[in-house]
Design a protein around this ligand. Sequence first.
Ligand code: UDP
Ligand code: LCN
Length: 806
Amino acid sequence: MSDLLNAVINSDEKSDLRHFLSDLRQQEKRYLLRNDILNAFANYCIKYEKTQEFQENSNLGKLIYYTQEIISEDGSLCLIIRPKIASQEVYRLTENFKIEPMTTQELLDVRDLLVNRFHPNEGDIFEIDFGPFYDYSPTIRDPKNIGKGVQFLNRFLSSKLLQDPQKWLEALYKFLSLHSYNNMQLLINDRIKSQQELSDRVKQAIKFVSNRPADEPYEKFRYELQTMGFEPGWGNTANRVRETLSLLDELIDSPDPQTLEAFISRIPMIFRVVLVSPHGWFGQEGVLGRPDTGGQVVYVLDQAKSLEQDLQEHISLTGLDVLGVQSKVIILTRLIPNNDSTRSNQRLEKVHGTENAWILRVPFREYNPNITHNWISRFEIWPYLETYAIDAERELLAEFQGRPDFIVGNYSDGNLVAFLLSRRLKVTQCNIAHALEKSKYLFSNLYWQESEDKYHFSLQFTADLIAMNAANFIISSTYQEIVGTPDSVGQYESYKCFTMPELYHVVNGIELFSPKFNVVPPGVNENVYFPYTREEERIKSDRDRLEQMLFTQEDPEHIFGKLDDPNKRPLFSMARLDRIKNMTGLAECFGKSQALQERCNLILIAGKLRVEDSGDNEERDEIEKLYRIIEQYNLYGKIRWLGVRLPKNDSGEIYRIIADRQGIFVQPALFEAFGLTILEAMISGLPTFATQFGGPLEIIQDKVNGFYINPTNLEETAEKITEFLSKCDHNSTYWQEISQRGIERVYSTYTWKIHTNKLLSLARIYGFWNFTSKENREDLLRYLESLFYLLYKPRAQSLLAQHIHS
Ligand code: UDP
Ligand code: LCN
């Protein structure tokens, strides 16, 4: 990148740079983000009548494109350049156009200086650096392979097996001897005394099972195998046992990544799973659409159901079901005594449609019942998590009658609890972020002190750093969640280097190239959300009732607006009513477009209708704003706004009803980490227009099975939708084509079956990797514990003291 900078400085583009920078200096802002920089450069190009070619392809144009931030210091400028995904270079450009590379430390000092919190005379600031802990673990080289950790790990492990067969076979042998279920030894017993013996016996056992009828049940030859040293778990039939043993045989003779993955995936090592989602209102009814819950609850609940099914299928393939082995999945959440008509005060609740999946609710300790008996916002719960983990551990051990085999954390709080539990129970830990707040709130780290009272980001970001580094593996819903796109920084990437002025500097917060990252997107509940064309599965009475609710029913308590022409094509959206979801932006886009209003009605399912019914500040602001927009653009007769919380089955039918009328779904969020409603709409057969900022960029293939919109450009968004509607007018099958391709996209790529298959396979492989590299992680875990006890805990305790005295 410094080449590009030099090329600008040593050519006649230097004068452009000079003028552009002097324009920037006129701005009041001293800290410019990418959007500000691009806008300023576009204005510069207009002002000086520069060509499009210059704007995009000159060296200066390219340099601007890659520049993420510019901070002006006295005289000089600090340029933060992101030449490619997951990399950053920092330069100081002095007044006389000298270029000096800057270190991460210098950059963080400049940022502190900018907010007047740089105090070199008072000593150095605490630096957090995880870099050294990743030095001895393998790292991916090519950024495009980030998020494909397991493929990399399989290659790495099988090459280790090849390089040092003695050592690795010994590890494999020890690993196989480890497994048991309720004191029943699995896989191999002590008749096999060494790895050499293992190899010989495997061949012998293969010969033995090959001579039996392929479908002969395992129980018929269980005891013969046992005398050879093999315990249950290899398969339910002679053929399955032969296949599994042959994989092991192949692995011992000539290890390759596919065989390793196939073999480890067959090992019966996961029966009991915990999904941690503490912050509450976790339930099966009446909790969706509340602030802080929404998609996470939907995700975890559907994941639990699918996991249980997948585990049970796996158990029966290993032949263990007939021996009484059963899977159990527990969703661990908070018990909230003042339950607000949810089931949050119930200790144990069975997950519908499962044999053995449960919601287990453990209360926070009663430090101040006025607080701990009620729902607590995710921003305030930090002081309660350590004791919660201790209490939850006891309850989990009782419920499982033993240790879990795998722990999955959700969101910052769940991931921290998963770290504490996994550390104590020595169990594989997986993290799911859902949404990392750090990148959601602009400058949340730089100005953390100003918003600490409200958000406590010092606790949340410290918890995030601890949990993400502790996790054996992390699953993300998209690639960009990890490292962003060529022009935007990823959510995890934003933890790489940042300052928390006067608290700490993070010089290397996470190794983005670590194989711990794996992209495993969620699915959608196919019993609830399915294509509108499946008439036989739809219930007529529900359909009639919901049609009325959507288009005609008068119910001022819950529904705003009476449509002049209910038969117009519906333009539909459903989301929580918070600022980022931008339902108000969609209403404004509709309000500004006569073309849209002529052809469509706007149907919104969002939040509540009355400010006084909402306990959430952001929601209250959005309610008021939505009414203002309706008034300003005179949308009466053209909009229906439903402030309803729908039972799950109704929400599935709603999408299908909109599809019956050849409607469309719009998701206008300013940023969406993933966006489950997009999957729901697409699988129902609704052509979907979704924000280009975040996950939808990976779910949808633009103009193939849906469309991207830029929700900050209302005119362009309206034009895109109108263009689609015109195409539908001219081509009577166009709507169906997009609808059909949307459906196919979801079934081929976003199902829970695909998700849990992959997740469990990862859990087994990382379990194996964790076992073989245990000693290498202990120093990292000790470092994380120090951060937890010395940094996190005192801050959490002082927040607790505030809660106790409030
Ligand atoms: N949802 C709902 N009622 C609402 C708003 C949302 O049932 O009024 C559901 C929606 O169907 C989806 C989930 O809540 O399953 C929202 O998930 P998404 O990932 O789209 O967004 P989040 O709310 O997690 O940011
Ligand atoms: C949180 C979000 O903000 C959504 O984008 C996701 O779809 C949801 O969690 C489930 O992961």
